[in-house]
Design a protein around this ligand. Sequence first.
Ligand code: FES
Ligand code: FE
Length: 447
Amino acid sequence: MVAIKKYDVIDQSTGALDRSIFIDEAVYQEELEKIFGRAWLMIGHESLVPNTNDFFHTYMGEDPVILTRDNNGELHAMLNMCRHRGNRIIRADDGNAKNFMCTYHGWTYSSDGSLEHVPGEERVYFNELDKEELGLVQARVDTYAGIVFATWDHEAPTLEEYLGDARWYLDTLFNRKDCGTAVLGPVKWMEPVNWKTPVDNCSDNYHVPVTHLGSMLAQEKVMGRPRLTGEMQFNTEYHTHLSINGHQITTGYLLEEDDPRYFHGTTADNIHIFKDYQRESLPEVERRLGSHRARKLILQNHSLFPNGVLGLRLALPRGPLMTEFWHFVTYEADAPPVMADALRWGHGGANGAAGTFEQDDIDNWRSVTEAAKTPIARKFLNNLSAGVGRFGQRDDYPGLVSDRYVSEHNQRHYYKRWQDFMNADSWADIPLDQQTAIYEGDAGLHG
Ligand code: FES
Ligand code: FE
């Protein structure tokens, strides 16, 4: 029997994309269930809950989630919903607590989510309440290089399988040092855009010299940084653009092995600090990642399916026409304070709520979302045709690699992955790309 697919929104042979997926409320509700209810989602960083009984409030899709480190040091991601009548258990952003007492009737949970105390357990419930069954709803939790992921789907593949060989590239930014990464943030703000648009944009290299021209001219003038030109972007010699399991990666070759691994935050005045740090780190990074990845590869724009936008930055869905953005900055935990400070203001000035690059982008994203709102505009499909059919496997780069750095290969594969999830009845119907990368060095999934 031929399976009938409900969604057929992206034509891989033309790049034509149906815009209704950006505005339809029914589609959105299905996304919450089939994508945010199934995928491994980034929800925070281990350093946000360093001590036992620390908690950090986060989200999986629209569901409020408490990330805790319990009395035994284990991480938990739990639905912030009392099992009695659904009240939120905590209202704070973060803190330290052995117990969480619901403020409605007083049911009290421990930091591992178990239901510890029910007022009137005998007088109200005749001791017939099954407290074992009424702990907080738990997601599966795992970490990659200190970044915490969770999924509601207990049939989902492991996080390692979910990331697949995207990790081969991600390691070159997030998994370089034994000390792991530190995190700043999050800065949070709302954007009147569909959540998929910023994700599709963040591995789009085509827009950078145009959309961000003003910001780059300002950086050139104020910070003494070389401007990224269209000519440099179209050069495919040092850059690559690829897709793995719906994760979209752009990567480059370092010209000098002490080149900074970070884009924002470097200036003509501080570049020597970044270079010194890279040079001093190199033997350790080489042990962890092998020579090729340590010396040559650099991670550039990327997204993790479904809603990771450049590293640990989240596009949280808030209805088809609204997204809550969470902006974290990660950097190596042993970076000298002057470098950490440069990264803080460099990233804040570029990609935070007040960031010039972010504002350049938001204007486009908002307008693109608006274009899906009327039936007249919706008749005309999005054109994602750049580089159609021009991609394949390569020996030197795992994944489906685009022939050109500037291409809409990644956008087409992002929406294909979206469609895979939306048409699947379960994880059994969702394909995973074969892992082919050789992970030289001793860095693993957990650091
Ligand atoms: Fe939480 Fe009643 S809703 S104790
Ligand atoms: Fe941009």
